[in-house]
Design a protein around this ligand. Structure first.
Ligand code: SAM
Length: 242
């Protein structure tokens, strides 16, 4: 099983570097968040007392986007990183109905952390840190804590199904990185290093194919499972609890 405390995410400096540069390094990150907001507005917004769960919340950026749509949401944000939880508390301090849990996905799967029931579960750029077996268990756990008709959406990096496609997706990402790093004058990292790291297990990056993850969601009991948006290795996908 992956060990969060041995990962770079347990180091404050690594986490801060990510927060500073996420919009630059992740292709169309804001557009992916827009898809999550749109899904929320279309399917969840009309419900009473909406309960949201954000897994691997980081600094709470995605929950923040949803709170802009409905500031009454009761949001539970979970992350393994202490500094990330502090950043999320700081970002969302203007909202009253927020609960912050510092815990790992492994704690969740091991049953040491108990969750409630939710209308909407989101995760962004976090579940790829788990092995496929753990991802599948997490999808089961998410299904078990969603209300009937509730939805789960994951914004994440995925593993392309072939080497050929991977090379094309890398070329798309490299073009994005070259443009953005030039625009924001980032000289301390090279696009090639970032691309190499994305599936480096020593960085705790364990992307799996979209196909395997969609099938795992179906096995976990989700229906309407689909990919809502995709650009190369970056995808927004999820399903509905029956
Ligand atoms: C790339 S950041 C994404 C943060 C935020 N969701 C975003 O989109 O900006 C990955 C987050 O997942 C958290 N994380 C990584 N592995 C984890 C694990 N095993 N359990 C809980 N959180 C984890 C990290 O602490 C970090 O905040």
């Amino acid at each position: 099983m992956s060990d969060f405390n041995k990962s770079a995410w347990a180091e404050n400096k690594f986490a801060e570097n990510y927060l500073d540069k996420a919009d630059i390094y992740i292709v169309e990150r804001r557009k992916m968040f827009w898809f999550v907001s749109s899904l929320f507005s279309h399917f969840i917004q009309g419900k009473q007392d909406v309960k949201l769960l954000d897994l691997g919340c980081g600094d709470g950026v995605l929950t923040g986007e949803l709170l802009k749509i409905n500031h009454e949401i009761s949001a539970t944000l979970l992350d393994g990183g202490e500094s990330m939880i502090h950043k999320a508390e700081e970002r969302l301090k203007g909202y009253r109905n927020t609960t912050f849990i510092q815990a790992t996905f492994q704690d969740l799967l091991g049953g040491t952390v108990k969750l409630g029931t939710y209308d909407f579960c989101v995760s962004s750029m976090a579940i790829h840190h788990l092995e496929m077996r753990e991802k599948a268990s997490l999808f089961h756990m998410i299904a078990s804590c969603l209300k009937s008709g509730g939805r789960f959406v994951d914004v994440d990096v995925i593993l392309p199904p072939s080497e050929e496609l991977e090379q094309w997706y890398f070329a798309i990402w490299k073009d994005w990185l070259a443009t953005m790093m030039d625009r924001y004058n980032i000289r301390d990292e090279a696009p090639e290093d970032l691309i190499r790291r994305y599936k480096d297990p020593s960085s705790m990056n364990k992307p799996d194919t979209l196909g395997n993850q969609l099938r795992a969601m179906e096995s976990a009991g989700f229906v309407d499972v689909d990919c809502y948006f995709k650009n190369g290795i970056f995808a927004v996908f999820g399903g509905k609890k029956q």
